[in-house]
Design a protein around this ligand. Structure first.
Ligand code: NDP
Length: 316
């Protein structure tokens, strides 16, 4: 018995601010978008508490509510939001072929990829517990630094992100401890210079995070010197982890152009990938800004690019 394969004009993969914004625009343009949420409906923002920097919310809003609102707005214009994971894709085929949860095959004229990126964590038990309880463990200084105004915090990592975030935190916090696992930093020379010349940043070289202390909220961080084995407790109330992100793009390997870290490459000033009709928006193609509002902005661009592509291909 042959199975009827569902055909979709505009398929959106991922349910963060980029995906839902793409859906709002695509639905209003009558592209009848179908959005697959992935395993974390709402994306990274559902793991944060207060979001104070998304325009339009003068009193702030929680990440989960913001994502519920974006979903409702996408659905209001007819987006079909479905729980499911796109696990395989043949984007070079016409129409594009994709598989949901390994089994269900669908085809699509356009695909907007908004699969996001996941912050890497150290993997310590207390780091994980306090992170999930909103107890002062964060992977985004720009999002959460404000809550630690005038306090002492620690940040782990030594790349450009860690250096940039340490500098950002130094302007808000009394003291910033930067925990660096080697005796040098990976960050660019200019960023290193800035960190080293900021009076309230103390760099702890050759140091690893041994434990994060605190029941309900961070009360300290224990750091171990990898040379001497000496343990030192930092009296901090915030712990930031900036050891890199992993874009969720593995299933597109060998089809879409990506950089060495897996970020999808797009043509400048657009969201177009190397395959016509496939667009990349949000954090899966942005390692520099990584904000909800920039993701939403590129989501809008992706839908407009898809609409123009469909019009020029005579499909819509
Ligand atoms: P990177 O991969 O460049 O750096 C990760 C850092 O975390 C490294 O210093 C690494 O240490 C450290 N690290 C990794 N795992 C652990 C661990 N388990 N314990 C302790 N430390 C650990 O990630 P970034 O997010 O900093 O940057 C990603 C990319 O984005 C880079 O190409 C960067 O240049 C770019 N970027 C550019 C910006 C800009 O131009 N303004 C801003 C931010 C990022 P080690 O060095 O020992 O491996």
């Amino acid at each position: 018995m042959s199975q009827t394969i569902e055909h979709i004009t505009c398929l959106i993969i991922g349910s963060g601010p980029a995906g839902y914004t793409a859906a709002i625009y695509a639905a209003r343009a009558d592209l009848k978008p179908v959005l697959y949420t992935g395993l974390t409906p709402g994306g990274q923002l559902t793991e944060t508490t207060e979001v104070d920097n998304f325009p339009g919310y003068p009193k702030g809003i929680t990440g989960p509510i913001l994502m519920e609102d974006l979903k409702a707005q996408a659905e209001r214009f007819g987006t079909q939001v479905r729980f499911g994971m796109i696990t395989k894709a043949d984007l070079k085929a016409t129409p594009k072929r994709l598989w949901v949860d390994e089994t269900i095959e669908i085809t699509a004229d356009t695909v907007i990829i908004s699969t996001g990126a996941s912050a890497k964590w150290l993997g310590l038990e207390n780091e994980n517990r306090l992170r999930l309880n909103a107890g002062g463990v964060s992977a985004c200084a720009v999002c959460d630094g404000f809550f630690f105004k005038g306090q002492d915090v620690a940040i782990v990592g030594a790349g450009d992100t860690a250096a940039e975030e340490a500098t950002y935190l130094s302007k808000l916090c009394k003291k910033v401890y930067m925990i660096v696992r080697r005796n040098e930093m990976r960050a660019s020379k200019a960023m290193q210079h800035r960190v080293k010349n900021t009076a309230n940043i103390e760099i702890l070289w050759n140091s690893e995070t041994h434990d994060v202390l605190g029941k309900e909220a961070v009360e300290g961080v224990v750091v171990k010197n990898s040379g001497s084995g000496e343990l030192r407790t930092l009296n901090v109330t915030g712990f930031f982890v900036a050891i890199g992100h992993k874009p969720n793009t593995d299933i597109f390997k060998d089809q879409l152009d990506m950089d060495e870290l897996g970020y999808l490459q797009i043509q400048p000033g657009s969201t177009r990938t190397n395959i016509a009709g496939v667009f990349a928006v949000g954090d899966c193609s942005d390692k520099t800004y990584r904000q909800a509002v920039t993701a939403a902005g590129t989501g809008c661009m992706g839908a407009l690019d898809a609409e123009r592509y469909l019009a020029s291909a005579g499909v819509h």
